[in-house]
Design a protein. Sequence first.
Length: 110
Amino acid sequence: MSTVVALSLVGTQVGGGWGKAQRIAIASVDDGTITEWTEHDVRWDVAHDEGTEGSHHARVVRFLRDNGVQVVATGHMGPPMARMLATMGIRAVVEAAGDPRAAALAAAQG
């Protein structure tokens, strides 16, 4: 069974903030191997300040549900976003840094 991990990207590295991420990678990890990898220009850095916090969180929820995300790996995230992920049953791995593929494998292992 695959684990779907979403990672915030800063350039070619994982890190930065989750709620204001520019790009998100989605990795499917099966038995310690990445079987699928896609990257999305989400531009949450721009969208974050264009509406209410509720509308921003709704946008993030929709993205996570649409992609079947089970784990999020990021450099940091604020308490409201962390609460939202916990409510959704999505595990958050914060202080992730470095190579995104290595971070996806580590996050999938828990």
